[in-house]
Write a protein that binds this ligand. Structure first.
Ligand code: FES
Ligand SMILES: [Fe+2]
Length: 457
Protein backbone atom coordinates (compact mmCIF):
# COMPACT_ATOMS: atom_id res chain seq x y z
CA UNK A 1 0.00 0.00 0.00
CA UNK A 2 1.22 3.49 -0.75
CA UNK A 3 1.15 6.19 1.90
CA UNK A 4 -0.54 9.31 0.65
CA UNK A 5 1.42 12.49 1.05
CA UNK A 6 -0.25 15.74 2.14
CA UNK A 7 -1.52 17.78 -0.78
CA UNK A 8 0.46 20.87 -1.63
CA UNK A 9 -1.20 24.29 -1.70
CA UNK A 10 -4.20 23.37 0.43
CA UNK A 11 -4.82 23.16 4.12
CA UNK A 12 -3.33 19.76 4.78
CA UNK A 13 -4.75 19.36 8.22
CA UNK A 14 -8.42 20.26 8.24
CA UNK A 15 -8.74 18.29 11.44
CA UNK A 16 -6.66 20.95 13.17
CA UNK A 17 -8.08 23.90 11.20
CA UNK A 18 -11.54 23.72 12.73
CA UNK A 19 -12.76 23.68 16.30
CA UNK A 20 -15.08 20.70 15.95
CA UNK A 21 -16.41 20.99 19.49
CA UNK A 22 -17.49 24.53 18.71
CA UNK A 23 -19.36 23.35 15.59
CA UNK A 24 -21.12 20.27 17.02
CA UNK A 25 -22.90 20.59 20.35
CA UNK A 26 -25.18 18.15 22.15
CA UNK A 27 -28.33 19.90 20.95
CA UNK A 28 -27.26 21.71 17.77
CA UNK A 29 -24.74 21.99 14.95
CA UNK A 30 -23.30 25.03 13.22
CA UNK A 31 -24.47 25.96 9.73
CA UNK A 32 -20.95 25.83 8.31
CA UNK A 33 -20.86 22.05 8.48
CA UNK A 34 -23.40 22.21 5.63
CA UNK A 35 -22.01 25.24 3.81
CA UNK A 36 -18.21 25.41 4.16
CA UNK A 37 -16.31 24.09 1.12
CA UNK A 38 -13.23 23.34 3.26
CA UNK A 39 -15.27 21.15 5.59
CA UNK A 40 -16.76 19.43 2.57
CA UNK A 41 -13.26 18.81 1.16
CA UNK A 42 -12.18 17.35 4.51
CA UNK A 43 -15.23 15.06 4.54
CA UNK A 44 -14.22 13.64 1.17
CA UNK A 45 -11.18 12.08 2.84
CA UNK A 46 -12.07 11.74 6.54
CA UNK A 47 -15.46 10.14 5.82
CA UNK A 48 -15.68 9.14 2.14
CA UNK A 49 -12.51 7.08 2.10
CA UNK A 50 -11.80 7.16 5.82
CA UNK A 51 -14.70 4.91 6.75
CA UNK A 52 -16.47 2.04 4.97
CA UNK A 53 -18.46 3.57 2.11
CA UNK A 54 -21.03 1.80 -0.04
CA UNK A 55 -19.86 1.37 -3.65
CA UNK A 56 -22.15 -1.01 -5.54
CA UNK A 57 -24.21 -4.20 -5.33
CA UNK A 58 -22.89 -7.57 -6.45
CA UNK A 59 -25.96 -8.16 -8.62
CA UNK A 60 -24.78 -5.27 -10.83
CA UNK A 61 -21.63 -7.25 -11.73
CA UNK A 62 -22.80 -10.88 -11.74
CA UNK A 63 -20.17 -12.24 -14.20
CA UNK A 64 -16.40 -12.01 -14.33
CA UNK A 65 -15.34 -8.87 -16.29
CA UNK A 66 -18.60 -7.02 -15.41
CA UNK A 67 -18.14 -3.50 -14.12
CA UNK A 68 -20.04 -0.43 -12.96
CA UNK A 69 -18.59 3.04 -12.51
CA UNK A 70 -19.26 5.04 -9.39
CA UNK A 71 -17.61 7.49 -7.02
CA UNK A 72 -15.92 7.15 -3.63
CA UNK A 73 -16.35 10.68 -2.38
CA UNK A 74 -15.22 12.59 -5.45
CA UNK A 75 -12.87 9.86 -6.70
CA UNK A 76 -14.08 8.19 -9.87
CA UNK A 77 -14.13 4.43 -9.33
CA UNK A 78 -14.64 1.31 -11.45
CA UNK A 79 -16.10 -1.56 -9.43
CA UNK A 80 -15.17 -4.66 -11.42
CA UNK A 81 -15.24 -8.41 -11.04
CA UNK A 82 -11.88 -9.32 -12.52
CA UNK A 83 -10.89 -12.36 -14.58
CA UNK A 84 -10.45 -14.42 -11.39
CA UNK A 85 -13.79 -13.27 -9.92
CA UNK A 86 -12.19 -10.88 -7.41
CA UNK A 87 -14.22 -7.73 -6.82
CA UNK A 88 -12.00 -4.68 -7.07
CA UNK A 89 -12.54 -0.94 -6.85
CA UNK A 90 -10.11 0.60 -9.32
CA UNK A 91 -9.47 4.32 -9.43
CA UNK A 92 -10.89 5.42 -12.77
CA UNK A 93 -7.86 7.56 -13.34
CA UNK A 94 -5.17 6.85 -15.89
CA UNK A 95 -1.67 6.43 -14.47
CA UNK A 96 -0.34 8.51 -17.39
CA UNK A 97 -1.95 11.95 -17.26
CA UNK A 98 -5.00 11.30 -15.16
CA UNK A 99 -7.89 10.93 -17.62
CA UNK A 100 -10.69 8.57 -16.71
CA UNK A 101 -10.04 5.29 -18.50
CA UNK A 102 -13.66 4.13 -18.48
CA UNK A 103 -16.48 6.42 -19.57
CA UNK A 104 -19.36 3.92 -19.50
CA UNK A 105 -21.80 3.55 -16.60
CA UNK A 106 -21.66 -0.25 -16.74
CA UNK A 107 -20.60 -3.09 -19.01
CA UNK A 108 -18.18 -5.96 -19.43
CA UNK A 109 -14.49 -5.42 -20.15
CA UNK A 110 -11.35 -7.52 -19.94
CA UNK A 111 -9.28 -4.38 -20.42
CA UNK A 112 -9.78 -0.65 -20.09
CA UNK A 113 -8.09 1.48 -22.72
CA UNK A 114 -7.63 5.13 -21.85
CA UNK A 115 -9.22 7.19 -24.62
CA UNK A 116 -6.56 9.91 -24.37
CA UNK A 117 -3.30 8.20 -25.47
CA UNK A 118 -4.32 4.58 -25.47
CA UNK A 119 -2.63 3.18 -22.38
CA UNK A 120 -4.38 -0.10 -21.69
CA UNK A 121 -5.01 -1.85 -18.37
CA UNK A 122 -6.19 -5.35 -17.46
CA UNK A 123 -9.27 -5.36 -15.25
CA UNK A 124 -6.98 -6.22 -12.33
CA UNK A 125 -5.65 -2.66 -12.70
CA UNK A 126 -2.30 -3.85 -14.08
CA UNK A 127 -0.93 -2.01 -17.09
CA UNK A 128 -1.14 -4.22 -20.16
CA UNK A 129 0.62 -1.94 -22.61
CA UNK A 130 1.27 1.55 -23.96
CA UNK A 131 1.38 2.68 -27.60
CA UNK A 132 4.89 2.86 -29.15
CA UNK A 133 6.85 1.83 -26.05
CA UNK A 134 10.15 2.49 -27.87
CA UNK A 135 9.64 6.12 -26.96
CA UNK A 136 10.08 5.35 -23.27
CA UNK A 137 13.22 4.53 -21.29
CA UNK A 138 11.27 3.58 -18.13
CA UNK A 139 10.39 0.14 -16.81
CA UNK A 140 6.65 -0.32 -17.27
CA UNK A 141 6.74 -3.27 -14.88
CA UNK A 142 7.03 -0.69 -12.10
CA UNK A 143 3.77 -0.87 -10.13
CA UNK A 144 3.41 2.92 -10.23
CA UNK A 145 2.14 2.58 -13.81
CA UNK A 146 -0.74 0.35 -12.75
CA UNK A 147 -4.12 1.83 -11.83
CA UNK A 148 -4.48 2.80 -8.19
CA UNK A 149 -7.16 0.89 -6.34
CA UNK A 150 -9.07 0.89 -3.09
CA UNK A 151 -7.00 -1.32 -0.78
CA UNK A 152 -9.94 -2.75 1.15
CA UNK A 153 -13.10 -3.89 -0.59
CA UNK A 154 -15.54 -6.13 1.27
CA UNK A 155 -19.12 -7.26 0.73
CA UNK A 156 -21.85 -7.92 3.20
CA UNK A 157 -24.53 -10.13 1.62
CA UNK A 158 -24.15 -8.50 -1.77
CA UNK A 159 -23.53 -4.91 -0.65
CA UNK A 160 -20.01 -3.89 -1.67
CA UNK A 161 -18.16 -1.35 0.46
CA UNK A 162 -14.67 0.11 0.24
CA UNK A 163 -12.34 2.07 2.47
CA UNK A 164 -8.89 3.62 2.09
CA UNK A 165 -8.31 3.23 5.82
CA UNK A 166 -5.95 0.30 6.47
CA UNK A 167 -6.81 0.37 10.18
CA UNK A 168 -10.59 0.11 9.80
CA UNK A 169 -12.32 -2.81 11.52
CA UNK A 170 -13.68 -5.53 9.22
CA UNK A 171 -16.89 -4.57 7.45
CA UNK A 172 -19.02 -6.95 9.49
CA UNK A 173 -17.59 -5.61 12.75
CA UNK A 174 -18.13 -2.08 11.51
CA UNK A 175 -21.79 -2.84 10.75
CA UNK A 176 -22.18 -4.46 14.17
CA UNK A 177 -25.87 -4.62 15.17
CA UNK A 178 -26.83 -3.33 11.73
CA UNK A 179 -25.80 -6.64 10.13
CA UNK A 180 -28.74 -8.71 11.49
CA UNK A 181 -31.13 -5.94 10.40
CA UNK A 182 -29.80 -6.22 6.85
CA UNK A 183 -30.23 -10.01 7.20
CA UNK A 184 -33.89 -9.58 8.13
CA UNK A 185 -34.48 -7.27 5.18
CA UNK A 186 -32.97 -9.80 2.77
CA UNK A 187 -34.27 -12.99 4.32
CA UNK A 188 -37.92 -12.23 3.64
CA UNK A 189 -37.08 -12.75 -0.05
CA UNK A 190 -36.79 -16.18 -1.70
CA UNK A 191 -33.17 -17.28 -1.48
CA UNK A 192 -32.41 -14.37 0.85
CA UNK A 193 -31.32 -12.05 -1.93
CA UNK A 194 -32.42 -9.35 -4.36
CA UNK A 195 -31.22 -8.03 -7.70
CA UNK A 196 -30.76 -4.32 -8.26
CA UNK A 197 -32.83 -2.82 -11.08
CA UNK A 198 -32.43 0.42 -12.96
CA UNK A 199 -32.51 3.62 -11.05
CA UNK A 200 -34.48 6.77 -10.48
CA UNK A 201 -32.00 9.64 -10.29
CA UNK A 202 -32.53 12.98 -8.61
CA UNK A 203 -30.08 15.82 -7.97
CA UNK A 204 -30.67 18.44 -5.32
CA UNK A 205 -28.83 21.67 -4.58
CA UNK A 206 -27.95 20.98 -0.99
CA UNK A 207 -25.40 19.29 1.26
CA UNK A 208 -25.32 15.49 1.34
CA UNK A 209 -25.87 15.34 5.11
CA UNK A 210 -29.30 16.91 4.75
CA UNK A 211 -30.50 13.69 3.15
CA UNK A 212 -28.73 11.53 5.72
CA UNK A 213 -30.21 13.59 8.60
CA UNK A 214 -33.64 13.09 7.07
CA UNK A 215 -33.29 9.35 6.54
CA UNK A 216 -34.70 8.40 9.96
CA UNK A 217 -36.64 11.62 10.57
CA UNK A 218 -40.15 10.66 11.66
CA UNK A 219 -40.95 14.23 12.65
CA UNK A 220 -41.45 15.66 9.17
CA UNK A 221 -43.64 13.00 7.57
CA UNK A 222 -47.07 14.32 8.44
CA UNK A 223 -46.14 17.83 7.32
CA UNK A 224 -43.77 17.36 4.41
CA UNK A 225 -45.59 14.41 2.84
CA UNK A 226 -49.16 15.58 3.40
CA UNK A 227 -50.11 15.21 -0.27
CA UNK A 228 -48.62 11.69 -0.45
CA UNK A 229 -50.50 10.60 2.67
CA UNK A 230 -53.71 12.00 1.16
CA UNK A 231 -53.11 10.32 -2.19
CA UNK A 232 -52.41 6.94 -0.58
CA UNK A 233 -55.69 7.10 1.28
CA UNK A 234 -57.94 8.76 -1.30
CA UNK A 235 -59.13 5.46 -2.72
CA UNK A 236 -59.04 3.44 0.47
CA UNK A 237 -61.64 0.85 1.32
CA UNK A 238 -61.53 -0.09 4.98
CA UNK A 239 -57.87 -0.05 5.96
CA UNK A 240 -55.73 2.99 6.50
CA UNK A 241 -53.20 2.96 3.70
CA UNK A 242 -49.51 3.70 3.39
CA UNK A 243 -47.83 5.73 6.09
CA UNK A 244 -51.08 6.59 7.87
CA UNK A 245 -49.46 5.62 11.18
CA UNK A 246 -47.81 9.05 11.00
CA UNK A 247 -51.08 10.93 10.76
CA UNK A 248 -52.10 11.28 14.40
CA UNK A 249 -49.52 10.94 17.19
CA UNK A 250 -46.55 9.06 15.73
CA UNK A 251 -44.75 8.83 19.08
CA UNK A 252 -47.67 6.82 20.46
CA UNK A 253 -47.48 4.29 17.61
CA UNK A 254 -45.43 1.12 18.24
CA UNK A 255 -42.76 2.08 15.68
CA UNK A 256 -39.39 3.33 16.91
CA UNK A 257 -36.02 4.70 15.84
CA UNK A 258 -32.66 3.19 16.84
CA UNK A 259 -29.07 4.35 16.74
CA UNK A 260 -26.72 1.43 16.15
CA UNK A 261 -23.25 2.97 16.29
CA UNK A 262 -20.81 4.20 13.62
CA UNK A 263 -23.43 6.62 12.26
CA UNK A 264 -25.87 3.83 11.39
CA UNK A 265 -29.55 4.10 12.28
CA UNK A 266 -32.78 2.23 11.82
CA UNK A 267 -36.41 3.28 11.68
CA UNK A 268 -38.62 0.26 12.28
CA UNK A 269 -42.25 0.78 11.27
CA UNK A 270 -43.02 -2.95 11.13
CA UNK A 271 -44.63 -2.99 14.61
CA UNK A 272 -47.40 -0.79 13.15
CA UNK A 273 -48.46 -3.69 10.93
CA UNK A 274 -50.26 -6.81 12.11
CA UNK A 275 -47.80 -9.75 12.05
CA UNK A 276 -49.67 -11.96 9.58
CA UNK A 277 -49.18 -12.70 5.86
CA UNK A 278 -51.02 -10.19 3.71
CA UNK A 279 -51.23 -7.41 6.30
CA UNK A 280 -48.49 -5.39 4.61
CA UNK A 281 -50.14 -5.63 1.22
CA UNK A 282 -53.45 -4.51 2.69
CA UNK A 283 -52.06 -1.08 3.55
CA UNK A 284 -50.38 -0.59 0.17
CA UNK A 285 -51.73 2.52 -1.56
CA UNK A 286 -53.11 2.56 -5.09
CA UNK A 287 -50.89 1.67 -8.08
CA UNK A 288 -51.83 1.36 -11.75
CA UNK A 289 -52.87 -2.18 -12.63
CA UNK A 290 -52.56 -3.57 -9.14
CA UNK A 291 -55.99 -5.19 -9.03
CA UNK A 292 -55.27 -7.22 -12.16
CA UNK A 293 -51.95 -8.56 -10.88
CA UNK A 294 -53.34 -9.21 -7.42
CA UNK A 295 -56.18 -11.26 -8.90
CA UNK A 296 -53.75 -13.30 -11.00
CA UNK A 297 -51.49 -13.97 -8.03
CA UNK A 298 -54.42 -15.08 -5.89
CA UNK A 299 -55.67 -17.41 -8.64
CA UNK A 300 -52.26 -18.92 -9.16
CA UNK A 301 -51.02 -19.18 -5.57
CA UNK A 302 -54.17 -19.48 -3.44
CA UNK A 303 -53.27 -19.12 0.25
CA UNK A 304 -49.61 -18.47 -0.57
CA UNK A 305 -50.59 -15.29 -2.45
CA UNK A 306 -50.68 -13.27 0.77
CA UNK A 307 -46.96 -13.76 1.35
CA UNK A 308 -46.16 -13.08 -2.32
CA UNK A 309 -48.20 -9.86 -2.23
CA UNK A 310 -46.30 -8.74 0.87
CA UNK A 311 -43.16 -8.92 -1.29
CA UNK A 312 -44.83 -6.43 -3.65
CA UNK A 313 -45.58 -3.99 -0.85
CA UNK A 314 -43.02 -1.58 0.53
CA UNK A 315 -41.23 -3.06 3.56
CA UNK A 316 -41.79 -0.53 6.39
CA UNK A 317 -38.15 0.04 7.40
CA UNK A 318 -35.41 2.62 6.92
CA UNK A 319 -31.96 1.02 7.25
CA UNK A 320 -29.43 3.85 7.09
CA UNK A 321 -25.77 2.95 6.73
CA UNK A 322 -23.45 5.90 7.17
CA UNK A 323 -22.49 7.76 5.10
CA UNK A 324 -24.28 6.97 1.87
CA UNK A 325 -26.48 3.84 1.77
CA UNK A 326 -30.17 4.04 2.64
CA UNK A 327 -32.22 0.86 2.36
CA UNK A 328 -35.79 2.05 2.53
CA UNK A 329 -38.87 0.04 1.75
CA UNK A 330 -37.74 -2.11 -1.16
CA UNK A 331 -35.37 0.56 -2.46
CA UNK A 332 -31.67 1.12 -2.15
CA UNK A 333 -30.93 4.84 -2.17
CA UNK A 334 -27.34 5.95 -2.64
CA UNK A 335 -26.20 9.45 -1.68
CA UNK A 336 -23.44 10.90 -3.79
CA UNK A 337 -21.93 14.22 -2.71
CA UNK A 338 -20.83 16.37 -5.68
CA UNK A 339 -20.10 19.69 -3.94
CA UNK A 340 -20.82 21.28 -0.59
CA UNK A 341 -24.23 22.31 -1.91
CA UNK A 342 -24.94 19.63 -4.50
CA UNK A 343 -25.88 15.97 -4.04
CA UNK A 344 -26.99 13.20 -6.36
CA UNK A 345 -29.45 10.67 -5.01
CA UNK A 346 -29.98 7.42 -6.86
CA UNK A 347 -32.88 5.14 -6.04
CA UNK A 348 -32.37 1.57 -7.24
CA UNK A 349 -35.37 -0.68 -7.40
CA UNK A 350 -34.81 -4.23 -6.15
CA UNK A 351 -36.28 -7.31 -7.80
CA UNK A 352 -37.05 -10.70 -6.29
CA UNK A 353 -34.83 -13.53 -7.56
CA UNK A 354 -36.51 -16.92 -7.29
CA UNK A 355 -34.06 -19.59 -8.48
CA UNK A 356 -35.71 -22.29 -6.32
CA UNK A 357 -39.18 -21.39 -7.62
CA UNK A 358 -40.58 -20.74 -4.16
CA UNK A 359 -43.17 -18.49 -5.79
CA UNK A 360 -44.43 -21.23 -8.10
CA UNK A 361 -43.69 -19.38 -11.32
CA UNK A 362 -45.18 -16.10 -10.13
CA UNK A 363 -41.91 -14.20 -9.74
CA UNK A 364 -42.44 -12.07 -12.85
CA UNK A 365 -45.88 -10.98 -11.69
CA UNK A 366 -44.52 -10.27 -8.21
CA UNK A 367 -41.74 -8.14 -9.67
CA UNK A 368 -44.08 -6.29 -12.01
CA UNK A 369 -46.34 -5.35 -9.12
CA UNK A 370 -43.34 -4.60 -6.92
CA UNK A 371 -41.99 -2.18 -9.53
CA UNK A 372 -45.33 -0.32 -9.62
CA UNK A 373 -45.16 0.04 -5.83
CA UNK A 374 -41.51 1.15 -6.11
CA UNK A 375 -42.47 4.02 -8.41
CA UNK A 376 -44.57 5.62 -5.72
CA UNK A 377 -42.19 7.06 -3.16
CA UNK A 378 -39.46 8.48 -5.42
CA UNK A 379 -42.13 10.22 -7.49
CA UNK A 380 -44.47 11.42 -4.76
CA UNK A 381 -42.31 11.52 -1.62
CA UNK A 382 -38.66 12.14 -2.45
CA UNK A 383 -39.49 15.38 -4.25
CA UNK A 384 -41.00 16.71 -1.00
CA UNK A 385 -37.77 15.86 0.80
CA UNK A 386 -35.52 17.30 -1.91
CA UNK A 387 -37.38 20.62 -1.73
CA UNK A 388 -36.77 20.68 2.03
CA UNK A 389 -33.06 20.00 1.51
CA UNK A 390 -32.77 22.86 -1.00
CA UNK A 391 -34.73 25.22 1.21
CA UNK A 392 -32.53 24.37 4.22
CA UNK A 393 -29.46 25.11 2.13
CA UNK A 394 -31.00 28.48 1.21
CA UNK A 395 -32.00 29.16 4.82
CA UNK A 396 -28.47 28.42 6.03
CA UNK A 397 -27.16 31.31 3.94
CA UNK A 398 -28.37 33.53 6.80
CA UNK A 399 -24.91 33.70 8.38
CA UNK A 400 -25.84 35.63 11.50
CA UNK A 401 -28.29 32.93 12.63
CA UNK A 402 -25.99 29.93 12.55
CA UNK A 403 -27.51 27.13 14.65
CA UNK A 404 -29.37 24.06 13.46
CA UNK A 405 -31.26 22.38 16.33
CA UNK A 406 -31.74 18.63 16.63
CA UNK A 407 -32.66 18.34 20.31
CA UNK A 408 -36.06 16.68 20.05
CA UNK A 409 -36.08 14.09 22.87
CA UNK A 410 -32.91 15.40 24.55
CA UNK A 411 -33.18 15.33 28.34
CA UNK A 412 -36.83 14.24 28.29
CA UNK A 413 -36.98 11.76 31.20
CA UNK A 414 -37.60 8.15 30.20
CA UNK A 415 -37.87 8.88 26.47
CA UNK A 416 -34.58 7.53 25.15
CA UNK A 417 -33.33 4.08 26.20
CA UNK A 418 -29.86 2.56 25.79
CA UNK A 419 -29.43 -1.21 26.07
CA UNK A 420 -26.40 -3.14 27.31
CA UNK A 421 -24.93 -3.22 23.77
CA UNK A 422 -25.16 0.55 23.42
CA UNK A 423 -28.14 0.43 21.03
CA UNK A 424 -30.26 3.53 21.59
CA UNK A 425 -34.04 3.34 21.08
CA UNK A 426 -36.45 6.26 21.01
CA UNK A 427 -39.94 7.17 19.76
CA UNK A 428 -40.35 7.65 16.01
CA UNK A 429 -40.06 11.44 15.90
CA UNK A 430 -36.96 11.64 18.09
CA UNK A 431 -33.79 13.29 16.79
CA UNK A 432 -31.42 11.23 18.94
CA UNK A 433 -30.18 9.34 15.86
CA UNK A 434 -29.04 12.65 14.34
CA UNK A 435 -27.27 13.77 17.50
CA UNK A 436 -25.45 10.47 17.79
CA UNK A 437 -24.49 10.52 14.11
CA UNK A 438 -22.98 13.96 14.55
CA UNK A 439 -20.93 12.75 17.50
CA UNK A 440 -19.57 10.05 15.20
CA UNK A 441 -19.07 12.61 12.40
CA UNK A 442 -17.14 14.85 14.79
CA UNK A 443 -14.87 11.99 15.86
CA UNK A 444 -14.08 11.15 12.23
CA UNK A 445 -13.46 14.78 11.28
CA UNK A 446 -11.32 15.53 14.32
CA UNK A 447 -9.01 12.54 13.87
CA UNK A 448 -9.08 11.44 10.24
CA UNK A 449 -7.26 8.19 9.49
CA UNK A 450 -4.21 7.99 7.28
CA UNK A 451 -5.42 6.86 3.86
CA UNK A 452 -3.67 4.49 1.51
CA UNK A 453 -4.08 3.19 -2.01
CA UNK A 454 -2.84 -0.03 -3.52
CA UNK A 455 -1.56 -1.09 -6.93
CA UNK A 456 -1.06 -4.50 -8.46
CA UNK A 457 2.55 -5.59 -8.41
S1 FES B 1 -3.99 10.09 -19.95
FE1 FES B 1 -4.43 8.03 -20.26
S2 FES B 1 -3.12 7.44 -21.86
FE2 FES B 1 -2.62 9.49 -21.49
FE1 LIG C 1 -39.42 12.36 3.81
Amino acid sequence: MEDLKPRAGRPTDAAASFDWDALVHDDRVHRTIYTDPDIFAAEMTAIFGGTWTYLAHESQIPENHDFVTTLLGLRPIIVVRDAAGVIRALFNRCAHRGATVCRAAAGSARVFQCPYHGWTYFNTGKLSGVPWPDGYACDFDDAKYNLAQVPRVESYRGFIFGTLNPDAASLVDHLGPMAPIIDQWLDRHPGGRVRLCEANRLKYKGNWKLAYDNSADGYHVKFSHRSLLEMENRLKVGNQKGMSFYKDAPDDAPMYVQYLGNGNHFKDKRPNIEPRPGALWEIEGPHPGMEHFEERLRERLGEAAARALDLCASEPVNINIFPNLLILGNHIQVLQPRAVDETDTTWYGTAVVDDANELDGAVDDVNTLRMRALESFPNFGEVDDAVNFEEIQRGLMAEEDPWVYMHRGLDVPGRVKTDENGVITAPATDEVFMRETFKHWKRLMASPPKLTIQRET
